[in-house]
Design a protein around this ligand. Structure first.
Ligand code: NAD
Length: 496
């Protein structure tokens, strides 16, 4: 594969170094490294443990005597945290040929995983986990210290939930770092995959209290629902480290993904993750606001966004309007970036507007349902399809579907819901085990998650079950004309 080196301003003009945006001819190196460390903050204390001390400037041409030519070899890895990121990371790295020991603090989760049972919905994950367990490349243990003692690389995939002030709660990460510090083998590398504030790489280094162990930031960009594909074919791999050689050793773990590798200073890697999610959230807020404008002025949103998207600067990905953005990452990461700005004296007011626009979008969906129900929601039965924050996952963390249902309930509506991943009662709603159940005697049906199976139901039957055949399609999942022919009053988002 071609070897792209995209330099930064710091490298321009130096003989033999890359220039911004220039693509070098193909060179026989396996890693596609883009970007570079333009200046290093402080080399980690034990720089000598990893080869050369990189000094104050770590720009380095690729090829030659560095690790780019290092042959593929299986490494011994530990992954701490068997959640959405940790389990997918464990399975994918085992699939790439590494020996992976994955640890979690929850005994029931470790027991389930050790039996080959997967505690979450993620397409393809169960098969990959079972295959890699059978191949002897993946096993599960209880507690981080049990996983790390003979490991060369230790990935932290721990939760960083939002604190009351918007900042990320680092307590799991720092506690684990304190626990594993004494157990780590000499010269091992700790890799932080969790989404963490600027400065966390160095905070983990301090918590480890190990001068001979390096820490890098390696943020994860997987999307739930397509996580296996995303980990096998990442758009990019970002590694933030103070030591180029350490970062390259980590880069080689992803040897077979063919993804561009970008090596930065830790603070840049940490910022890239937050900025990416905050950008995506802002984009969706814009899309939803534009869809609302289109409804108001009689424009067809789909045509508008397509006309915009042919401009390559805008593109046609991530342009679907919906019930507002949610999930375990976008809301907390957007608020965390605002907080990071505040701590640094910068008011990221744009992001506060993006969050406010997202709240408005949920209000708008409730208003549409209310209008369909005749102007009031008291004692109205609403059927809700979808509870997860998107299709393809069982994750309901900060799901806009749940937020909208709670708003409906607060306005006096009775909500009956169906979601293919939910089998137990939830607060504020009745849960049905099949999609026709919620429709019985309902005045409005609202589509909140884009589960494909919902497209293919018997809509004549649904019409006959409902008290009044009205649909609010907050995902634009259904075809308006087909629904109208089937006798429904139908409203989507940004659709006439
Ligand atoms: N979920 C995503 O789509 C996604 C994508 C990219 C990045 N991230 C980031 O990755 C990190 C992890 O996210 P997640 O969704 O996998 O979280 P999660 O809550 O699904 O998983 C975290 C796991 O860590 C375990 N754990 C907690 N404390 C532990 C300890 N002391 N020792 C061992 N295990 C412990 C929990 O039991 C749980 O299984 C977060 O920072 C998140 O922001 C998440």
């Amino acid at each position: 594969m071609g070897h792209r080196v995209t330099g930064t301003a710091g490298a321009a003009g130096r003989p033999g170094r890359s220039c911004p945006g220039r693509v070098r001819p193909a060179a026989p190196v396996p890693l596609n490294v883009v970007g570079e460390i333009t200046s290093l903050v402080t080399p980690p204390a034990p720089a000598q443990a990893y080869g050369r001390d990189v000094g104050e400037v770590g720009v380095r041409e690729k090829g030659g005597q560095n690790h780019d030519e290092e042959p593929e070899r299986m490494s011994r890895l530990a992954v701490i945290g068997a959640g959405y990121v940790g389990l997918v990371t464990s399975a994918t790295l085992a699939h790439l040929g590494h020996d992976v020991c994955c640890a979690d603090i929850a005994p029931e989760k470790v027991a389930m995983l050790s039996r080959g049972e997967i505690p979450m919905v993620e397409p393809g994950l169960d098969q990959m986990v079972r295959e890699e367990m059978a191949n002897g490349r993946l096993r599960f243990v209880l507690g981080a210290p049990a996983a790390v003692s003979d490991r060369e690389f230790v990935f932290l995939c721990l939760p960083t939930p939002e604190l009351a002030d918007g900042s990320a709660d680092m307590s799991s990460i720092l506690e684990v770092a304190g626990e594993i510090g004494p157990q780590l083998s000499h010269g091992s590398i700790v890799i932080n995959k969790s989404t963490v504030p600027v400065g966390s790489t160095h905070a983990v280094q301090r918590a480890l209290a190990r001068g001979d162990v390096a820490v890098v930031s390696n943020p994860e960009f997987l999307r739930e629902g397509t996580a296996i594909h995303d980990c096998q074919h990442p758009d990019r791999i970002v590694i933030g480290g103070d030591d180029y050689d350490v970062a390259m050793r980590v880069a080689h773990l992803y040897h077979n993904t063919n993804a561009p590798v970008m090596i930065t200073r830790p603070s840049s890697a940490e910022t890239i993750k937050y900025a990416s999610n905050a950008f995506l959230a802002t984009r969706l807020s814009f899309i939803n606001a534009l869809a609302c404008l289109c409804e108001s002025i009689g424009a067809e949103f789909r045509d508008v966004i397509q006309g915009m998207g042919y401009d390559r600067r805008i593109g046609l990905d991530f342009v679907e309007p919906g019930p507002g953005w949610g999930g375990s990452c976008l809301p907390k990461d957007t608020r965390a970036l605002i907080r990071i700005g505040e701590d640094a004296g910068y008011d990221f007011s744009l992001l506060r507007c993006a969050i406010a626009a997202n709240e408005e979008q949920q209000d708008r969906i409730v208003a549409k349902i209310e209008a369909m129900a005749g102007g009031a929601l008291t004692d109205v039965t609403v059927a809700a399809w979808g509870l997860t924050f998107k299709a393809g996952t069982d994750d309901r963390r900060h799901s806009p579907a749940i937020a909208i249902i709670h708003r409906l309930a607060r306005s006096g509506a009775r909500v009956r819901a169906y979601d293919p991943t939910v089998r137990q009662p939830l607060p504020g709603m009745d849960v049905c085990l099949e999609p026709y159940g919620p429709c019985r005697d309902a005045s409005v049906l609202v589509v909140l998650t884009e589960w494909d199976e919902l497209r293919w139901l018997n809509f004549d039957k649904i019409n006959s079950l409902m008290a009044s055949p009205c649909i609010v399609d907050a995902r634009n999942l259904l075809d308006p004309e087909t629904m109208r022919r089937a006798g429904f009053r139908y409203q989507g988002i940004g659709r006439p």
